[in-house]
Design a protein around this ligand. Structure first.
Ligand SMILES: NC(=O)c1ccc[n+]([C@@H]2O[C@H](COP(=O)([O-])OP(=O)(O)OC[C@H]3O[C@@H](n4cnc5c(N)ncnc54)[C@H](O)[C@@H]3O)[C@@H](O)[C@H]2O)c1
Length: 475
């Protein structure tokens, strides 16, 4: 772990935990994470136990049960009836709270709310979660599945589906011990495309993602069959800003999943860039992405290293030049806008015009919660990161016609050299002001990008997924 978070380590030591309890201080738990190297299949959810429920005729449950079976997760209570658990408790078949197997706690609660047709029926959520939440294991996952409100057949159903967002975001704030909650809105024809998303959210890959609402749209093209082992084998990925920090973690995780990674960074970072590329058996391209010839340089490199075309493009390179606007130089404004969002747009155009991005390829931008919430001293940075979100929104319908998805992640406080340089008090506030009470790791951003870049994630486009532990900023 690259954390310099001494409080997290202290609060989980024998002495520290006693002291934190006595003083009533928060005790963030160390989050379970996937190793960035090695076997990617050993860490689904352990102990593998999920409790599943649904409201009404719960149309997603059969598919969900099949997916859980494929993922090797036994679903203990596969219930299509919304009141099953409550009923079982009241009928005395369970003593006290839902506790199906002595000593075994569920690692996941999944609830199909997609058939909820009016706000009255939302009480199914109360019934299911009221009796199961307290049984959850450490770093557990809560997933609520709904129907995109715009696709509901009546205004009443649309209103009820929209309510799920408030429910999940609040529930995520109530969860303890590293547990997270998300809402997945699933369009009718996206049901078959759930696998890569469940594989992500039901594993430690999603450690620092919480309180998110993600929409799986009807895929605009056929989703290839899911391959769990090295899903990116045979693919080529470009990652900008790959010499260190989050970019290095992205390159590492994409290489772990089988991709040949073209690692791009400025010529001044040539030595660490070469080291990263050599370690990952990828290739290094020293190139300032703001240079006028950057697109041509990248295309020439790809012609040699990826003659069959490109599958994944990750716009990670980014800088901050913080100053309040009145004190900011024009150069500080220009450089941040150009590196963070000008160059990504030009690179997209160069690759699209050259036809290098293959069908079913993925573009992923790296935004920031600053681009959502705004931040004092960051008018330039927040504008650039909001523009990355704009790039995703503007291009997703256009690129869908070319069978290319475009999404973004919006990291919160991630433990990197950049955040280590922040003054102590501000750093400590940034770290703790989220539902998980700690900063994220670069690998958390990388795993989220690997999910969006997955060949079977074709139902995901136009999404902005925060990797921020449900930060209070911009919530
Ligand atoms: N660290 C955080 O907490 C955090 C939070 C939100 C968003 N982000 C975003 O994540 C991304 C990575 O951040 P990081 O913390 O790893 O930063 P970092 O400074 O550690 O790494 C950024 C990399 O980009 C490279 N780069 C900069 N300008 C470039 C250019 N013109 N051409 C090519 N490469 C260039 C740098 O040389 C560096 O290797 C950035 O877009 C950043 O805005 C970071």
């Amino acid at each position: 772990m690259t954390t310099s978070d001494r409080y997290l380590a202290f609060a989980n030591s024998a002495v520290g935990s006693r002291l934190a309890n006595a003083l009533g201080l928060p005790r963030p738990v160390p989050l379970e994470r996937m190793p960035p190297y090695g076997d990617t299949e050993t860490h689904i959810i352990a102990p593998p136990l999920a409790v599943v429920g649904g409201a009404g005729d719960a149309p997603l449950l059969p598919g969900l049960a099949r997916e859980l079976h494929w993922l090797g997760v036994p679903s203990l209570a596969h219930v299509a009836r919304l009141d099953w658990i409550s009923y079982a408790n009241k009928a005395g078949t369970m003593s006290g709270r839902f506790n199906p197997v002595e000593g075994v706690r569920p690692k996941a609660l999944l609830f199909d709310a997609s058939a909820i047709a009016n706000t009255g029926e939302l009480s199914a959520l109360y019934t299911f979660f009221h009796d199961t939440l307290a049984t959850l294991d450490r770093c557990a996952r809560v997933l609520v599945l709904g129907l995109p409100p715009s696709l509901a057949s009546t205004p009443q159903a649309s209103i009820a589906q929209r309510a799920l967002e408030g429910f999940v975001r609040s529930l995520a704030k109530e969860l303890k011990r590293g547990a997270t909650a998300q809402l997945l809105y699933i369009a009718p024809h996206a049901r078959e495309a759930l696998h890569s998303t469940l594989r992500f959210f039901l594993s430690p890959r999603a450690a620092y993602v919480s309180g998110q609402a993600v929409t799986l749209q009807d895929p605009v093209f056929e989703t290839p069959p899911m391959r769990d082992q090295r899903p990116l084998a045979g693919q080529v990925a470009v990652v900008t800003g790959a010499a260190r920090g989050i970019g290095e973690a992205i390159a590492t995780v994409l290489a772990r999943d089988g991709a040949h990674v073209v690692c791009v960074d400025v010529p001044a970072a040539q030595t660490p860039l070469d080291a990263v590329a050599a370690r990952l058996e990828g290739s290094a391209l020293a190139c300032d992405i703001t240079a006028p010839e950057a697109g041509v340089t990248l295309l020439a490199h790809l012609a040699t290293h990826a003659p069959r075309g490109l599958d994944i493009l990750v716009h990670n390179a980014g800088i901050t030049r913080d100053k309040t606007l009145a004190r900011m130089s024009e150069a500080q404004w220009q450089s941040v806008l150009d590196i963070n969002v000008g160059a990504p747009q030009r690179l997209n155009a160069a690759l699209l015009d050259a036809g290098v991005l293959r069908a079913n390829s993925r573009i992923v931008g790296v935004a920031s919660i600053s681009g959502i919430a705004g931040n004092r001293g960051q008018t330039n940075y927040a504008a650039s990161k909001a523009a990355v979100i704009g790039m995703v929104e503007a291009w997703s319908p256009v690129l869908a016609e070319r069978h290319i998805s475009i999404n973004a992640v919006a990291p919160g406080f991630i433990e990197t050299q950049m955040t280590a340089a922040v003054p102590f008090a501000i750093r400590e506030a940034g770290r703790r002001m989220n539902s998980l009470g700690q900063g994220g790791q670069p690998v958390d951003v990388a795993e989220t990008i690997a999910w969006l870049a997955h060949p079977a994630s074709g139902a995901l486009t136009g999404q902005v997924v925060r990797v921020c532990g449900q930060s209070l900023l911009g919530a």
